[in-house]
Design a protein around this ligand. Structure first.
Ligand code: ATP
Ligand code: MTE
Length: 195
């Protein structure tokens, strides 16, 4: 079972061609640098329309079979920012720690971090996570903050994603520890295959 990841960029202007979407490229680039497990990506660029966000998330989970879906954009307080509302509407269960941790780490980068309403949820056996729309926020929230020596100061949320997908009976995900070290309890670590 190959790891399937959905990437959803929610932006009125990028979806209309007013500016070039940087969300999907930033997500793709970060995942390619961070994951050592093979994976396939399914990308969608859509406007800030709640019904369209909901149907896109449902399609990616129920039809495409994504184990993980990352959205970017539309998490703020502006009236057209409805990504968290759409995500909650299609959720079976909420995972509040993801939103809490993203706001914690983001506060180390911008004081307006608390303006993001981002949520993490489970639909069926898939994890859906909202990231803010600023392209730089993708790396900041997923990877966390490191000091000059590369030591983690505030962990990003991706450290917990592999174990979460494992608990949902999804593929075993391994990462490049230089980018983000995946944490799982000792009892959940699979030994490296012997040759
Ligand atoms: N897909 C994207 N590509 C490039 N830059 C983006 C993208 N989405 C957001 N941004 C940048 O991050 C800012 C905050 O993102 P937010 O999701 O709040 O967008 P917005 O201001 O509601 O506008 P829009 O939905 O038209 O992108 C935007 O104003 C824009 O500068
Ligand atoms: N890591 C990180 N988080 C961030 C930001 C950022 O630049 N980096 N921008 C903040 C700002 S200015 C806003 S308004 C909210 C919501 O952004 P969104 O509407 O683009 O999702 O996310 C916040 N969280």
């Amino acid at each position: 079972m190959t790891l399937q990841i959905g990437l959803v960029s929610v932006s009125d202007r990028a979806s209309q061609g007013v500016y070039t979407d940087q969300g999907i490229p930033a997500l793709r680039e970060w995942l390619t640098s961070a994951l050592t497990t093979p994976f396939e990506m399914h990308t969608r660029l859509i406007p800030d329309e709640q019904a369209e966000i909901e149907s896109t998330l449902i399609e990616l989970v129920d039809t495409t079979g994504c184990h993980l879906v990352l959205t970017t954009g539309g998490t703020g307080p502006a009236l057209r920012d409805v990504t968290p509302d759409a995500t909650l509407a299609v959720a079976d269960r909420e995972m509040p720690g993801f939103g809490e941790q993203m706001r914690q780490v983001s506060l180390k980068f911008v004081p307006t971090a608390i303006l993001s309403r981002q949520v993490g949820v489970i639909r069926k056996q898939s994890l859906i996570l909202n990231l803010p729309g600023q392209p730089k926020a993708i790396r900041e929230t997923l990877e966390g903050l490191k000091d000059a020596d590369g030591k983690t100061v505030v962990p990003g949320i991706f450290a917990a994603v592999p174990y979460c997908i494992q608990l949902l009976d999804g593929p075993y995900i391994e990462t490049d520890a230089q980018v983000v070290a995946a944490f799982r309890p000792k009892s959940a670590i699979k030994p490296a295959p012997t040759v």
